[in-house]
Write a protein that binds this ligand. Structure first.
Ligand code: ATP
Length: 319
């Protein structure tokens, strides 16, 4: 294998740059040219593909976001669009592609592999919602970012005896919310993996003496409910000030923490080595502290992500 390409797709995540750098440096180490595709699958279709030299990835390890850019490009589901993308790659004699992104991006990688163009997926998302890996690149950095916000909200909530609802990203995965609730000392957690009983929450919040404190932190995953409206209902029903804070894209920015830099570096090296061994249609993960690779189709269609019931039990014991 002489030439490969790398792209980032879907929502950005801290550590994506570290992964791109690792792919470029590993390629260089083995005498493989590495091309960077701008703006994910959109740039692949529009032929925005450029050779990455050593200096292109210098000083990138510690930078948040993705210097290649990312995009949502739904038209990539169309075969003719993907055909054009494959032609663009083949015109440059590129033989394989590393895709860094979430499960949607894996679908694109799967489709390209089925068209005879081998791809390797790396899990890049703060949501930690990808099967076949214990951690995704960006998740633990985002957890620290969320915790900074939770800590600040705790200060002001306790000063004002306020109920703080904190909406946390994760799409349909409660990992980030649950970990933030444990590490941030929240009183309540609302996550997609557990039924949400609004009445029970309001009843509990309306009884501060049972809670033995007058403020409360409630961590809630996005897409569960309208958090602003929930805060209003809580305020009306309990008579206690309640405020919603929607953390939003703040959670996606910032320099990657050490763990994510190490993870992204390890996964980037592994991806290139898998391609050198002739693997395609695989996705990389870390499970029980071991790098692993799975069939990308199985990962997104049949593999389940186990819910962290132990961590949920831990949370329950600590409130
Ligand atoms: P995040 O989890 O951070 O949102 P993601 O990779 O899941 O990341 P998506 O927007 O779902 O984000 O997908 C990224 C891109 O992958 C899409 O914009 C599209 O270009 C491509 N894609 C998604 N689904 C498919 C599919 N079924 N076939 C081909 N390409 C797809």
């Amino acid at each position: 294998i002489k030439k490969i390409a790398v792209l980032t797709s879907g929502g950005d995540a801290p550590g994506m740059n570290a992964a791109i750098r690792a792919v470029q440096r590993t390629g260089m180490h083995h005498g493989i040219e590495v091309y960077g595709v701008m703006h994910g699958y959109l740039g692949l279709y529009q032929n925005e593909i450029k050779l990455l030299e050593r200096q292109d990835v210098a000083n990138m390890l510690n930078r948040g976001g993705t210097f290649l850019g990312s995009a949502r490009f739904p038209k990539f589901k169309e075969e003719t669009v993907r055909q054009q993308a494959v032609e663009n790659l083949r015109a440059l004699d590129i033989e394989a592609l590393v895709v860094i992104g979430g499960d949607g991006s894996y679908m694109g990688a799967k489709a390209l592999t089925e068209m005879g163009f081998p791809c390797i997926g790396l899990p890049g998302t703060i949501d930690n919602d990808i099967p076949g890996t214990d951690y995704t690149i960006g998740y633990l950095t985002a957890l620290n970012t969320v915790l900074e916000a939770v800590d600040r909200l705790r200060d002001t909530s306790s000063s004002h005896n306020r109920i703080s609802l904190i909406e946390i990203m994760g799409r349909h995965c409660g990992d980030l919310t649950l970990a933030a609730a444990v590490a941030g000392g929240a009183e309540y957690v609302i996550i997609p993996e557990k039924p949400f009983d609004e009445e029970a929450l309001i009843t509990a919040l309306g009884n501060p003496s049972a809670r033995r404190k007058s403020h409360a932190i409630v961590c809630i995953t996005e897409n569960m409910t309208d958090t602003e409206a929930l805060a209003k209902r809580i305020e009306e029903r309990t008579g206690q000030e309640a405020r919603a804070t929607i953390l939003g894209h703040i959670q996606r920015g910032g320099a990657p923490r050490g763990f994510d830099r190490v993870l992204a570096s390890q996964m980037g090296v592994y991806a290139v080595e898998l391609l050198m061994q002739g693997h395609g249609g695989r996705c990389v993960g870390i499970q029980s502290n071991q790098l692993v690779h799975h069939d990308i189709i199985e990962a997104i269609t049949t593999m389940q992500r186990p819910f962290k019931q132990d961590l949920f039990n831990t949370f329950k014991k600590l409130v």
